[in-house]
Ligand binder design. Structure first.
Ligand code: GDP
Ligand code: CA
Length: 312
């Protein structure tokens, strides 16, 4: 079975771990969000790709959901002692090594897709992890704060400001010129089914869908999605703040309508959201909380079962 999944960071990574448990022999290609990528201290950081790589490779900090297990922060402290900014982004010593390897390879001329493949030879995530694009894109957010109305990097809004100022606009800089990374469209064309995990619908999945040709390729496939919103609230994180920026209610219904019936064939929602409806979409109620590995594997299996039914 050939499966394609789009993914952001924590929500995507946890779901994928369940998917691998449910179907260990499937050929899974993950198209990862790179809109969150940022250059810090001269190093290229790809938070969502790394969260997937570390989670599936057994190196993630399980409590935090991102970053490395058994992490130390000597380099960060030393940079702070020099007064180096930014100090609001958490980079541990072990994590730094990943960004050093990545940046060295990028500077040597390798595209991000090849760099990611090289990093994955260490982590063996059990999936083929592809960045959505080798072209540089970055999500920026327009806010008004004490400095006036300005556009800042998504990470500054999300991590430093904890989304405290409303996002007036969210834009993927570079989207118009970005091409899908090699293998992305081929994987979609060759897929038996496509699963959208409960990743952020605006800045994770929504970003990937903006890359030329990806959405059109997905529309030709059976696509089953899992709602990241339960009973009107994101399960964790601040996805509601992103949805507000694009004028979409933070509900399972709102996210389904945002994706649209041209993309989604099946949609899994929590019991609280059983009234969710959209013409042309099969909505099913399932436990969509990834409370533990067994529940997550069962959720992945439910998505596969629905996709299998819809494919017939
Ligand atoms: P990020 O890049 O680290 O923010 O992670 P993602 O974009 O992959 O996922 C974030 C989304 O996952 C948030 O909108 C959450 O609501 C959603 N999420 C997290 N845990 C769960 C869960 O257990 N069940 C469901 N349905 N959604 C979840
Ligand atoms: Ca992310």
């Amino acid at each position: 079975m050939r499966i394609v999944s789009l993914a952001g960071g924590i929500g995507g990574a946890r779901f994928l771990r369940g998917l691998l448990t449910a179907v260990p022999d499937a050929e899974i290609t993950v198209i990862g969000n790179t809109g969150d990528d940022i250059t810090l201290f001269g190093l290229r950081v790809c938070p969502d790709l790394d969260t997937i790589m570390y989670t599936l490779g057994g190196g993630i900090d399980e409590n935090q959901g991102w970053g490395r297990a058994k992490e130390t922060h000597v380099v960060k402290e030393e940079l702070a002692a020099y007064g180096m900014e930014p100090q609001w982004f958490g980079l541990g010593d072990r994590d730094f090594a990943t960004h050093i390897v990545r940046t060295q390879m990028l500077n040597a001329g390798y595209p991000l897709s090849q760099v990611t493949e090289a990093l994955c030879t260490r982590w063996q995530p059990g999936v083929r992890l592809l960045p959505m694009s080798d072209d540089r894109t970055e999500t920026h957010v327009v806010v008004t704060d004490e400095h006036g109305r300005r556009a800042i990097h998504f990470q500054e809004w999300w991590v430093r400001m904890r989304a405290s100022a409303p996002a007036e606009e969210i834009a993927l800089i570079g989207a118009a010129d970005a091409k899908p990374a090699p293998g992305v469209l081929e994987a979609i064309h060759g897929a038996d089914l496509v699963i959208l995990p409960p990743s952020n619908p605006v800045v994770s999945i929504g970003t990937i869908l903006q890359i030329a040709g990806i959405r059109q390729a997905l529309e030709a496939k059976v696509v089953v999605g899992v709602s990241p919103i339960i009973g009107g609230a994101p399960v964790r994180g601040m996805a509601d703040a992103c949805l507000a920026a694009v004028g979409v209610p933070a509900t399972a219904q709102g996210v389904l309508e945002l994706y649209g019936a041209s993309l989604i064939d099946g949609w899994l929602v929590a019991e609280e959201d059983r009234d969710t409806r959209l013409d042309g979409v099969r909505v099913e109620v399932r436990p969509v909380l990834m409370s533990d590995p067994a529940a997550t594997a069962a959720l992945a299996q439910a998505a596969l079962d629905l996709a299998g039914e819809l494919a017939q």
